[in-house]
Design a binder for this molecule. Structure first.
Ligand code: GDD
Length: 342
């Protein structure tokens, strides 16, 4: 029997690598789209042992001709669009490239699918950032959106475009509204990995302290490896739809710091408020964490918490890893890596 084919845009990222691993294990012919400058990022595929099992294709999502040619040539069974300028914090400075990649790129993909490969099942990586300044205490698929960053605005366009192409042309398109999802493979610019990595460096003596932005921000943090399973499940359904993927629990950045401290046997004591808040190691009195306004955002998303009921009932998906366990996993990974590097 012919293997099913899947194309992952953004295969070098955290989710792309976990998804590639999952699809390889399910017997897919896996193709990964790679930008010219992303080759050094293949370490994630290497770490997961799938770098030789993914066929890499040159891919630039902002090049409409290239996107169209690729989709019409391969006519993949499934396409997972994970390519994005995914760092919210950079999207104010990079609003034009963020929009070109996160909005226009999706338009190019959907146009190509509509014209040349209408049987393709398509997954769009939507995001809880679209809820932004929340209008309901717990966010579900029916909660109105209020994005707070150029990133969120660009993603909202693509979310609605996916809905619209599904409804207008009867295409097989699903959109996953994923809340924050982390792992040891998370980029170091995102707050959880920044904390796990830099905390290990502080404890190892190679860094003085960690500078963080808004410690009161609350996020619904899950484990990325579990979230890519939800992506796959969405494309195995008879009906294509939108799904929130979340744990249903929310945690402050400050609490995440404490969870990350535990495996290193560090207890942190907080003093001061706002920009003057500082975290000290109780045993040594050493300053470990301080607030640095450089990491504040022009408009913040204060709190996110998702309702995953639809994913649980329709997809049979559920989160398994608690945020504390996730923090431990990330710290243990970073600590081992630092020890290995000497
Ligand atoms: N990155 C970062 N660095 N964030 C910080 C810091 C810091 O030093 N200090 C506090 N924060 C706060 C941010 O202000 C934000 O409120 C929260 O920590 C999480 O920031 P990120 O980890 O950068 O993630 P994000 O929530 O902005 O975006 C991530 O999740 C989205 C899903 O809701 C990204 O993965 C997006 O691509 C994704 O769509």
């Amino acid at each position: 029997m012919k293997k099913r084919s899947a194309f992952i845009t953004g295969v070098s990222g955290q989710d792309g690598a976990y998804l590639a691993q999952l699809l390889v294990s399910k017997g897919y012919e896996v193709y990964g789209g790679l930008r010219r400058n992303s080759h050094d990022e293949l370490y994630r595929l290497r770490l997961l042992g799938v770098q030789d099992k993914v066929k890499l294709l040159n891919f630039e999502i902002t090049d409409q001709f290239g996107v169209t040619e690729l989709i019409s040539k391969y006519r993949f069974d499934e396409v997972y669009n994970l390519a994005a300028q995914s760092f919210v914090g950079a999207s104010w400075d990079l609003s034009v490239p963020t929009t070109n990649i996160n909005s226009m790129g999706v338009l190019y993909l959907l146009e190509a699918i509509k014209r040349f490969s209408p049987e393709t099942r398509f997954y769009q990586a939507s995001t809880s950032e679209m809820f932004g300044k929340i209008v309901a205490p717990i966010q579900s698929e029916t909660t109105p959106f209020y994005p707070r960053s150029p990133y969120g605005v660009a993603k909202l366009y693509s979310h609605w475009l996916t809905v619209n192409y599904r409804e207008s042309h009867g295409l097989r398109l699903s959109s996953g509204i994923l809340f924050n999802h982390e792992a040891p493979l998370r980029g170091v610019e995102f707050v959880t990995r920044k904390i796990s990595r830099q905390l290990c460096e502080v404890m190892n003596g190679t860094r003085d302290r960690i500078g963080l932005g808004n410690l009161d921000a609350k996020r619904d943090w899950g484990y990325a490896k579990e979230y890519v399973e939800a992506m796959w499940l969405m494309l195995q359904q008879d009906e294509f739809d939108d799904f929130v993927v979340a744990t249903g629990k929310t945690t402050t950045v400050r609490d995440f710091v404490e969870y990350a401290c535990e495996p290193l046997d560090v207890e942190i004591v907080w003093e001061g408020e706002g920009e003057n808040e500082k975290g000290y190691n109780r045993k040594t009195n050493k300053l470990i964490v301080e607030v640095n306004p450089e990491f504040f955002r022009p408009a913040e998303v204060d709190v996110l918490i998702g309702n995953n009921e639809k994913a649980r009932t329709k997809l049979g998906w559920q989160p398994k890893t608690e945020v504390k366990e996730l923090a431990r996993m990330m710290v243990e990974f970073d600590w081992a890596a630092i020890q290995k590097a000497g």
